[in-house]
Ligand binder design. Structure first.
Ligand SMILES: Nc1ncnc2c1ncn2[C@@H]1O[C@H](COP(=O)(O)OP(=O)(O)OP(=O)(O)O)[C@@H](O)[C@H]1O
Length: 292
């Protein structure tokens, strides 16, 4: 972690202690119980510092440090075995690192939380394969995702109100499935199933979305529409997209809004970071990845 961010984080925790909280890691843990409250005072939604993960002595992640800004859309690329999936696993609590720190905002210590707490805190993950409920309609899938949200369950006793119906309508429009709301999900194309699953994640309004190879198996047109969808989400959500498809990365990083950064992983560490053009022009990147 950069010294200024470390100091800033420590100051926030100190202020909390002085205000009567328990302070330190316990304070971070306590904050997770108030969903939706991620401290973005310092601009970063995710901060990983010096993360190492070993499997039988092999370092899948090797002192990896990474910072994602609030509202940012970040692409992560890297050759097979670079550590991309392991990185996602650390962020979501599936894999515990041997060393390092992982913060969600300035105050939520991810290494202290279970996988389900991390999801509740506002980190949603989309795996490569869509896992929608094939027998249910598109609408019912979204409805179920909404009901899986503890906040909604507690307040609505499982009955959808106007606000929730509006939210489902909004997400249906975002994922280009408004006309398909009553269609059985099993009949959707592969790309549409992927969008539906992204929609299901969106129903829970995660602040950080992790997307693992979201366009694998999509047609060119579906890939293009997925890029549009992600670009429309930036700002409201922060997105980390792991992808091999360079055309898709190109579409994402060319889109409107602030310049998008691409991070290149290699052998468990960050090899390069910059705009797509910058990393493509980087000799080390060409050697280990793009030139293969
Ligand atoms: N549970 C595990 N046990 C042993 N080795 C593992 C385990 N998980 C990952 N690895 C190894 O760690 C390295 C990084 O794997 P990881 O799956 O994170 O890479 P990746 O960048 O996602 O690769 P790909 O693009 O092929 O999905 C690989 O060499 C992999 O074989």
């Amino acid at each position: 972690m950069t010294p200024d961010l470390m100091q800033a984080g420590a100051a926030v925790r100190r202020r909390h202690t002085e205000a009567g909280g328990s302070g330190g890691r316990e304070a971070s843990y306590g904050r997770v119980l108030a969903p939706g409250q991620v401290d973005l005072t310092h601009g970063a939604i995710l901060y990983l510092d010096d993360i190492t993960v070993s499997f039988d002595g092999f370092r899948a992640l090797n002192q990896l440090s990474l910072s994602i800004g609030a509202g940012e859309l970040r692409c992560i690329i890297g050759p097979n075995g670079a550590g991309k999936t392991t990185l996602m696993d650390v962020i979501t609590g599936k894999t515990r690192p041997d060393a390092g720190q992982a913060w969600f905002g300035s105050t939520i210590d991810l290494l202290r939380l279970s996988e389900s707490r991390i999801a509740q805190a506002g980190i949603g993950r989309k795996f490569q394969k869509p896992t929608v409920y094939e027998q249910l309609t598109v609408f019912e899938n979204l409805e179920l995702a909404l009901k899986a949200d503890r906040r909604v369950r507690a307040s609505l006793w499982f009955r959808l109100g106007a606000e929730q119906l509006d939210r489902i309508g909004e997400v249906l429009a975002l994922i280009h499935l408004k006309d398909q709301a009553q269609r059985i999900a099993g009949l959707l194309s592969h790309g549409q199933k992927q969008w539906l699953e992204i929609g299901m994640l969106l129903m829970q309004d995660p602040q950080l979305l992790l997307l693992d190879e979201p366009v694998a198996g999509m047609t060119d047109e579906e890939t293009e529409r997925t890029a549009e969808l992600f670009l429309s989400l930036q700002g409201r959500h922060s997105l980390v997209v792991v992808e091999h498809d360079m055309k898709f990365i190109d579409a994402l990083t060319r889109g409107s809004g602030p310049a998008k950064r691409v991070t290149v992983l290699h052998e468990g560490s960050v090899l390069a970071e910059g705009t797509l053009a910058e990393v493509q022009a980087n000799d080390k990147v060409v050697e280990v990845y793009l030139g293969r």
